[in-house]
Design a protein around this ligand. Sequence first.
Ligand code: FES
Length: 139
Amino acid sequence: MEYSEKVMDHFINPRNVGEMEDASGVGTVGNVQCGDIMRVYLKIEGGVIIDASFKTFGCGAAVATSSMATEMVKGKTVEEALKVTNKAVAEALGGLPAVKAHCSVLAEEALQSALWDYAQKNGIEIEGLEEPKETPHEH
Ligand code: FES
């Protein structure tokens, strides 16, 4: 399977690239197999994600899925953001080749990890959100 036009678009012109100084939550995850690392920043006000950005050191699909995932969560509540799963991201991109499915999993994990960080910092619980697993590529 070839990459869809949407994947190519988000790879070549990724949205929301960059660090965020005043992020409410930051999540960093890595995939041990490919060594790719993804960091997602969320700015949350009143339970709503008002801004999202990312930095990804990884393959083209990892860049495209982080770009799409950050686009999809903007304007959503933290609960709604949990529905931005790897499947939802891959679908929004018009599909991913099977060998690249784990790249969208990384995007989901980075997102959830940033939400977890936000919840921890604010002493709140987000229904349906589980503590992310430690990732060996954090440092
Ligand atoms: Fe690992 Fe894409 S090859 S995130």
